[in-house]
Design a protein around this ligand. Structure first.
Ligand code: 4AD
Ligand code: MG
Length: 483
């Protein structure tokens, strides 16, 4: 085979200078179909949702030479790139030689050229990158990662790498995975019951972080605008389509910003990301939109998810509704599903924690656009949130999205030393774990705010996928850490 530089399949469709020239492509076979004299191979290398069609004329390459070219096999192809005869594709390759790099025995290869269920593909997560759906999802995931860094970089934020192993529970919810090198069969005790963690690797109890926020705050109180984008871990036993035990979170933290600035930034940021996807991921979004429409067509009209691209545009163009928690409760108390006890968790009154069914009612039925809820009861929010003068609420803000519910959680932070100190005491947070955080309120404290965007929740919204396990390559959920 003649040695040629490999061309990415996406470039074949856009670079007209390659027309009628000899090219080399490498990739994985999606399908092969044939007739007496000719075979057509659909080849994909992950650079685009579109396959390149390879035309094999048996007068040039004998049929027996491509008997091992089956779905899933990897091949290298030389041939002339020509404008296509068929109407389905713009260009195709008239093959002059084909080498099989890696066979995929059709008797054994799990993926067949047909539609597989998402559940089946989850069990074959090592191969699901090779499907149209998952290659589209993971190309978009990359584009979103890039857009997030671009957004903050363009606005002068600094990316801070906050620690993954930590001794503090930032959210105070006690949902942490322990990190230890102690011998679990022979634990050192300092009395009859209690483990002596001074013997552990770090000389204290440590866990995987639930949030980079506390450390991001330290950085913001010097660098003014910072953000973290890292993995976070939560040992909450929620087996839902919205929860992962390991997920990625983007957490900006901004000095001299109050809760209103925080909402403005979060809204602008989310719209930027939606616009970035619409502008840069069009082929993949078109594909996912068709896929979603296919899935939904068997559902009842009122249960169907909206068309994907239209939904993205409508959220991009909307002004997010801003209401207080108290207003939200008033709306929910008067709502039909609450009165008819259709909610799994019926709202009894002020103080109730909002579940995703309530959030989605407000967004999808009541306001029909994203909603930002502020000023939640302090009992249901984390210790670090700025306390309002009413003594009951804190300056929290959650952003709720259609189909998703909560996508962003954030707040203005308590910057007053005495108030923060008393809440830390009230909640029995050990001072030895948090003294450094408290100290920033003693020296040069300023009003500041921030929020956390769940990356996979964003991905659910952008791709229209229904299960969070399908927007992260290797999901970690209760009883599941395969791959
Ligand atoms: O609301 P949360 O718990 O807020 C924080 O962690 C703050 N420290 C953020 C900040 O102010 N810097 O989580 C933020 C977001 C949620 O709105 C949700 O999108 C996502 O993280 N999230 C999860 N995503 C997937 N699986 C889980 N188990 C998640 N828990 C939270
Ligand atoms: Mg939250």
């Amino acid at each position: 085979m003649k040695k040629l530089l490999r061309t990415k399949i996406c470039d074949l469709f856009t670079d007209e200078s390659k027309y009628n020239k000899e090219v080399n492509v490498k990739g994985w076979v999606r399908t092969k179909r044939g007739s007496k004299n000719v075979a057509f191979i659909a080849l994909n290398d992950g650079s685009t949702i579109n396959n390149i069609q390879i035309v094999v004329d048996f007068n040039i390459i004998p049929e027996k030479d491509i008997s091992k070219v089956t779905t899933g096999a990897s091949i290298s192809v030389n041939g002339i790139l020509v404008e296509s005869q068929g109407s389905k594709q713009k260009v195709e390759i008239n093959a002059s030689s084909i080498i099989v790099l890696g066979e995929a025995n059709p008797e054994e290869y799990p993926l067949q050229p047909k539609k597989h269920s998402l559940e089946f593909l989850r069990e074959n997560a090592h191969l699901r990158f090779r499907t149209n759906t998952f290659s589209a999802v993971f190309r978009i995931r990359h584009a979103m990662t890039f857009a997030i860094h671009k957004y903050f970089n363009d606005k002068g934020y600094y990316n801070i790498h906050t620690p993954i192993i930590t001794a503090s529970d930032a959210e105070g919810a006690g949902e942490m995975f322990r990190v230890t090198t102690l011998d679990l069969k022979n634990l050192p005790l300092y009395d009859e019951k209690n483990i002596d963690f001074s013997k552990d690797f770090f000389g204290k109890e440590t866990s995987l972080t639930v949030s980079g926020q506390l450390e991001a705050e330290l950085a913001a109180l010097a660098l003014t605008q910072v953000y973290t984008f890292g993995p976070t871990f939560r040992a909450e036993n929620s087996n839902t389509t919205r929860h992962l035990a390991e997920f990625w979170m983007i957490e900006p933290e901004i000095a001299f910003a109050d809760i209103n600035d925080n909402m403005d930034i979060a809204e602008d940021f989310l719209k930027y990301l939606i616009k970035y996807a619409l502008d840069n991921c069009n082929d993949d979004l078109q594909f996912l939109s068709k896929r979603l429409a296919d899935e939904e067509k068997n559902k009842k009209m009122q249960d169907r998810a909206p068309e994907l691209i239209g939904k993205l545009k409508s959220v991009y163009e909307s002004d997010f509704e801003r209401i207080t928690y108290t207003q939200a409760i008033e709306i929910l108390l008067k709502s039909k599903p609450n009165k008819n006890k259709k909610f799994a968790f019926v709202i009894e009154g002020w103080g109730a924690d909002l579940q995703s069914e309530h959030e989605r009612y407000l967004v999808e039925k009541y306001f029909k656009k994203p909603v930002i809820i502020t000023d939640y009861p302090k009992e249901i929010k984390a210790f670090y949130m700025k306390q309002n003068d009413d003594g009951k609420t804190v300056r929290a803000m959650d952003i709720l999205f259609p189909q998703i519910g909560e996508i962003v959680g954030g707040s203005q932070r308590e910057e007053e030393y005495d108030k923060l100190n008393s809440i830390i005491k009230e909640q029995n947070i050990p001072e030895k774990d948090i003294w450094w955080y408290l100290q920033t309120r003693k020296f040069g404290t300023v009003p500041h705010s921030g929020f956390g965007l769940g990356f996979e929740r964003l991905m659910l919204f952008i791709t229209g996928m229904g299960n969070i396990r399908d927007v992260i390559p290797f999901p970690r959920t209760p009883k599941n850490a395969e791959f």
